[in-house]
Design a protein around this ligand. Sequence first.
Ligand code: AMP
Length: 208
Amino acid sequence: MGPPGSGKGTVATRLRQEFGLDHISSGHLLRREVEIGSAIGQRVGLFLENGELVPDRTVLWFMGEWMKSAPLNDGFQLDGFPRTLSQAKALDEWLAKRNAPIEAVMLFACNLTLVLERITGRWNCPKCGRVYHIYSAPPKVAGLCEDCSIALTQRTDDTEAVVRKRFGIYKRHAKPLADYYEQQGKLTVVDAALSPDERFAKTVAALN
Ligand code: AMP
């Protein structure tokens, strides 16, 4: 969990690289559908562009389809899903039936000033979703993804106005969601203002 720009994608990428832990970002999966113009992509495109949440029913169906092939035995990380309390409850039910409950929930706490600072320098790989930042996490070759060697792009919803809106929406849903996982004893809060190495170390410690 964390607002846009809190660094959750960067930590997730490193967990994938160092521990082989699959990284599933609902935002990345949805953006891909929009790009290829699929039926679901056409339905969700405007929500993404405007920084609004895709309705629970659609997201649950979409992620449910993906989860059917989830590597339940090897473990995996979810990024950006669940985003609302009803998504979290549905996910728990789904995972309970497969005897593969969520083990840990990380929340990267971040204020709006830092979010805006981070987002303006953010570039993504359109293929694998890896996140770069012009100052804090630049690619080895400017403008190219280190894993896929294709040109990085900036998200259309990473403008200041849309980020402010996404931050507000995140704030509205974050508290009940955090309380839900806190009550289950699964929540660890990490200060998103820490350096990438510190954030990563705290995440690994919590997962251990
Ligand atoms: P993200 O890449 O996580 O910032 O997500 C980008 C956009 O995808 C969000 O602003 C929403 O429009 C949509 N989205 C991603 N995940 C969800 C979710 N779990 N529930 C609703 N909308 C989502």
